[in-house]
Design a binder for this molecule. Sequence first.
Ligand code: NAD
Length: 495
Amino acid sequence: MQTELYIDGTFGPADDGATFPAVDPATEQEFAAVASGGASDIDRAVHAARSAFDSGVWSGLSPIVRAAFLRKIAQGIIENLDRLSRLETQDNGKPLPEAKWDIEDAAFCFEYYAEMIETEAGENSQLVDVGDSRFESAIRREPVGVVAAITPWNFPMLMAVWKLAPALAAGCTVVLKPSELCSLTCYELAKIIDAAGVPKGVFNLVTGMGYSAGAALTAHKLVDKIAFTGSVVTGEKVMQAASVGIRTVSLELGGKSPLIVFDDCQIDKAVEWIMFGIFWNKGEVCSATSRVLVHEKIYRKLIARLKAETERIVIGPGTHQGVKLGPIVSRGQYDKILAVLQRARNSGATLLTGGGRPKGLDRGYYIAPTIYTDVPYDAEIWCDEIFGPVVCLNSFETEAEAIELANDSPFGLAAAVMSDDLDLCDRVAAKLRAGIVWINCSQPTFVQAPWGGYKASGIGRELGRAGYEAYLETKQITRFEHTQDWGWYQGAEVS
Ligand code: NAD
């Protein structure tokens, strides 16, 4: 398989013909050559997006017509559900049923924003009372312009669609730069968008490296908004780039999310949500609940149960039946996690299970589901995002202590609380400094509800109504009743 860039409605190679390999993390084998775009390709793509935006070929369409395109894209995704899911699994390593969730969610996201603009078609002006009858003031919402979308590898197609669907719905044009670790489903998405007949230049895809294609895209002067999902380190660079020329930026960054388990919880339920919260998608989830705080009364019992259940998790290639934990996305990420686990040996934490490569799997980037207990609060594994199947547990005594420990992090993406006492859950949820709080569950995500973080976890929200408004500018149009006099300057008196 050899992929191409998609610029101004045409598929083609990078200007210098460069490619990089896509590697199947289950086999460590290269299986595709991906076009590696650079600064000149980015320049062509941004110019195409700029011309398409400025011409009004997309933003000038009625929302009903734009929605029809979005629905066609959704249909194209669903028609290719099986093929796209398998490709996602091959590229990223995630279990096939989880890849299917992603692809179905991606299709639904297009449907959701199609419906939003169909419902609101023709309602794009709202009067405001300015308290002076000589004036009429109206608020109009307009597309923000050319969007640079830069996305990570953990949900390769879905993270792109979280930006693309609302941006296209709003009337923006887009240049997408997916992660170099997983670009293939975004390439397939470009083919679907092309087949849907979306006008040329409206959507452009430049696969390539972050330090070249990504940096060139964020620095490009003709970009109006940068929508970024990735690590905090890169997010800081993106924000710096956006500061030149003062461009709008939204950031969806990392996390170290807490899950608080109170002593009235059924242990089985808590164990299932703890496991799902950290082991689904191999723990490569920005909102993974990787710090678990358990009431001391049930702490020992819970960790015994968690250990037993975790050791039953089926690990293997994502395409194999029954597999719940696939390989880590790449050699680089795998080595990074192993290095963290190595350092954790001297951290003072107790390794309950896992801690390295699982037995019996000698090919593929596998890491056994790993649990640490009694973890010092200053340990790297407690404080830093690991982005793998590694969870830390500690106990607490009081509600106040649990809240304080949960909030003691520079991140604030997600948090979860479990108790049969719903008043307690509501009280705790109100005090958790995070953009997403789950009660009696962890991770379920809905296109209809806003997604994003407090603190170092980001700026802005995706999904829901907020995710659409993120691609709109607000304009006021204020009209003076021209039959009236203003009276500031009456003209010179002539004697
Ligand atoms: P990353 O920051 O390494 O890369 C993200 C994207 O940025 C990639 O496309 C990469 O090529 C690009 N990039 C790298 N350097 C760049 C530069 N200098 N200029 C512009 N672009 C550049 O992140 P990753 O490893 O791909 O993804 C994992 C991170 O993403 C984790 O921290 C995770 O928490 C976060 N994440 C957050 C959310 C969320 O919704 N908050 C969702 C998924 C992932």
